[in-house]
Design a protein around this ligand. Sequence first.
Ligand code: TXA
Ligand code: MG
Length: 323
Amino acid sequence: MDASPASTAMAETIRQAAERLRHGGLVAFPTETVYGLGADATDDRAVAKIFKAKARPRFNPLIVHVLNQKAAAAIAEWTDLSEKLAAHFWPGPLTLILRRTPDCRISPLVSAGGTTVALRSPAHPLAGALLGMTDLPIAAPSANPAGKISPTTAAHVQAGLGDQVDMILDGGRCPVGVESTVLDLTADHPMLLRPGGLARADIEAVTGCKLSSDHQAETDTDNPIRSPGQLTSHYAPNRPVRLNAQDVASDEALLAFGPTPLQGAKITANLSKSGDLIEAAANLFAMMHQLDRPHVSGIAVMPIPAHGLGEAICDRLNRASSL
Ligand code: TXA
Ligand code: MG
């Protein structure tokens, strides 16, 4: 193991973070997707603190982070398909919705009182170290106030929730930049509840079948929401967002994509000059934070292709634009 002073200091910081979690505290930590607001998933009071800190509606269930498949199988009914998907994609940006085991120790609040639980194993060394050190499942939604832009740096967490958390582990910028893909495995057919950091096509290559999509959150207001995090007004910046911009006004901010950004905006940030959707996903939330300034009238967004990680990017931008 690396014994440099920097890594020794980080090991001590992780030890302190683990201690806070074991005592019911809130610790924000980096994952490969976005920063999470973590608490011991088996501790009702600690989990309740997450909802309070984020001002998150109680009916919106949380993702539980686990170290590996073994930890997952202690919480949820582990199936052939979950094993196959986890073998391919864990640790990584894939969240699986599964049935809770009868003796599941996870707080019912995490499942919003339901019979299922969302599990993922994050691919970030600090998240892995924290899970290993606590030996606990860690409930963690994105570490932002409910409905606001997700954080991809420790500074974003500090600005949004700084006074609500016991500790923020700083792991620099999150490399993927959009949240995990959420896949429901509790029905007959796997259903994509949220497009995210793992592209639909990569999952379909392993399942060998097309994933169905969840349109219920958008259209069916009578039934309980299947993936409540998918309420339309989510990821909202303070300034209005205008999609598929073909031109830009001089008082607008521009979120550009590709080699020929529109000219004339007050401020411009380019998601990817080369038109690379992986780079664009990594930049998305940081650039929305950067452009969301009081002195601009709104944020104009250039067209972005909807394939690969573009599906998740377009999903988040659609939500940001519908207030
Ligand atoms: O990348 C990520 O997934 C990040 C990092 C921190 O891991 N976490 C994250 O968590 O985005 P959150 O809480 O902001 O989003 C969780 C999503 C929501 O859309 C929620 O409705 C859905 O997962 N979800 C959680 N548990 C569920 C369940 N039992 N059934 C259906 N949907 C569930
Ligand atoms: Mg979130």
